[in-house]
Ligand binder design. Structure first.
Ligand code: PXG
Ligand code: PLP
Length: 433
């Protein structure tokens, strides 16, 4: 097979193409390689296949939709499933986050949310609020907006002149010295929210439009918010008229034990971005859930005028909407959005059994997420985790790595025997390298 033409995303292309790892088939908790080797999926694809692979109900809905209406223009035109999916998402969402803008990815959701936040202040006559605040080690996709508010250095450093102006970052919450091997929410670090207060004072609160954070940071290596931290961010936003955006691209749809992490943590943002689990990963789709009165603020001008000059050719694509509705049906029927809650204790105990295994310097977890931080090989950051990743794949387990951190986020249909297999395999690998 000619591998040269495909420029692979976030991949060491040359290394991969020397020894490609191919997947050919998926069902339930597993992938199969072209040679027929079974691989347990420890990461729900890429944090997205929450209901497990190849669900027949979703396949049927997609097939039916493609045969009935392949495409419908989303501008000045609609189709019933788009309205129904928006209604259903509003029902799942916390508070009054029941106005929904559809996109095709997490990155587009982030750019859309940032644009809505800036435009909202402007339509209210508060056009001086132009600053966007992100957080160090945040991941908000790869659009120019997302990398500007994001805080993952390699994702930013090629494009120094292309960053949005007026962006600043608050400190991240990762604190191994005080919080290593925390179970659930780390005890120490609520005061790190005070760094937001510093940034607010520095720039003057009246210039800040929004703060965007992941309730649990995923891509950067599973950073769980310290107890009380998110509440404090919410209070500061309220006090200073700043919008709070939760990026729930990973934490949405049951990952943390509730429909959204916002509900799990009891902190309701003003805008919420999601994607991934919205269609169980099988058709690209994202969404921004918006507080009802923010939407209303836009609905003031001449009724025939377009209120927001924004949208994508594939916003509310009929096939994605069909997949989304079928996915939400499965989540509801199988109580998958709260399943992480009931499995969290077993998952936590299994994850923390790695404490004391070779190279492990931290284990952290929440819902059906775990991060295992490894001691880096001196002079080769990331190499240790990559070794574990490759060995796990050889032994029939798919994990994810970022730096020297293993990230785990299995489909929510996982059973305890799979949990045993995941952490058993990782233990064996750690002992062998
Ligand atoms: N926000 C967050 C919080 C994400 O986790 C995005 C935005 C961007 O979504 P799209 O659909 O544009 O990729 C994400 C995506 C990893 C990994 O290995 C995580 C993501 C993407 C790729 C890899 O942790 N999350
Ligand atoms: N580039 C060109 C030339 C286009 O015509 C369009 C959409 O019509 C786009 C980019 C944006 O594409 P999308 O709506 O799929 O984001």
């Amino acid at each position: 097979m000619d591998l040269e033409h495909y420029w692979m995303p976030f991949t060491a292309n040359r290394h991969y193409k020397q020894a490609p790892r191919m997947l050919a088939r998926a069902a339930g908790m597993h992938y199969w390689t072209p040679e027929g080797r079974q691989i347990l999926d420890g990461v729900a694809g890429l944090w997205c296949v929450n209901a497990g692979h190849a669900r027949v109900e979703i396949t049927a809905a997609v097939q039916h939709q493609l045969a009935t209406m392949d495409y419908a223009p989303p501008f000045q035109m609609g189709h019933p499933d788009a309205f129904e999916l928006a209604r259903r998402l509003g029902e799942l969402a916390p508070g009054s986050l029941d106005r929904v803008f559809f996109t095709n990815s997490g990155s587009e959701s982030v750019d859309t949310a940032l644009k809505i936040a800036l435009a909202y202040h402007r339509v209210r006559g508060d056009a001086g609020r132009t600053r966007l605040i992100g957080r160090e080690r945040g991941y908000h996709g790869v659009g120019f907006g997302g990398i500007s508010v994001g805080g993952m250095v390699p994702n930013r450093k090629m494009w120094p002149a292309a960053m949005l102006p007026g962006v600043d970052h608050i400190a991240h919450t990762h604190d191994l010295a005080r919080n290593a091997f925390s179970r659930g929410l780390p005890r120490h670090g609520a005061e790190l929210a005070n760094d937001f207060e510093r940034v607010i004072a520095l720039h003057d609160p009246s210039t800040i439009a929004a703060l965007i954070v992941e309730p649990i940071a995923g891509s950067t290596g599973v950073l769980i918010p310290p107890e009380g931290y998110l509440q404090r961010l919410r209070e500061l936003c309220d006090r200073h008229g700043i919008l709070l955006i939760f990026d729930e691209v990973i934490t949405g749809f049951g990952r943390a034990g509730a429909a959204f992490a916002a509900q799990e943590f009891g902190v309701i943002p003003d805008l919420l971005t999601c994607a991934k689990g919205l269609t169980n990963g099988c058709v690209p789709m994202g969404a921004v859930l918006v507080r009802r009165d923010i939407y209303d603020a836009f609905m003031q001008g001449p009724p025939a005028a377009i209120e927001l000059a924004h949208g994508y050719t594939y916003s509310a694509h009929p096939v994605a909407c069909a997949a989304g509705l079928a996915t939400l049906d499965i989540y509801a029927r199988e109580d998958l959005l709260t399943r992480a809650h009931s499995l969290a204790r077993y998952w936590e105990d299994a994850a923390h059994s790695l404490q004391g295994a070779p190279h492990v310097i931290d284990v952290r977890n929440y819902g059906l997420i775990a991060g295992i931080e490894l001691e880096p090989i001196s002079g080769s950051p990331g190499a240790r985790a990559m070794q574990v990743y490759l060995q796990c794949f050889e032994r029939g387990l798919l994990v994810r790595t970022t730096g020297d951190i293993l990230a785990l986020s299995p489909p929510l249909i996982i059973e305890t025997t799979h949990i045993d297999q995941i952490f058993g395999t990782i233990t064996d690998v750690l002992r062998s390298i």
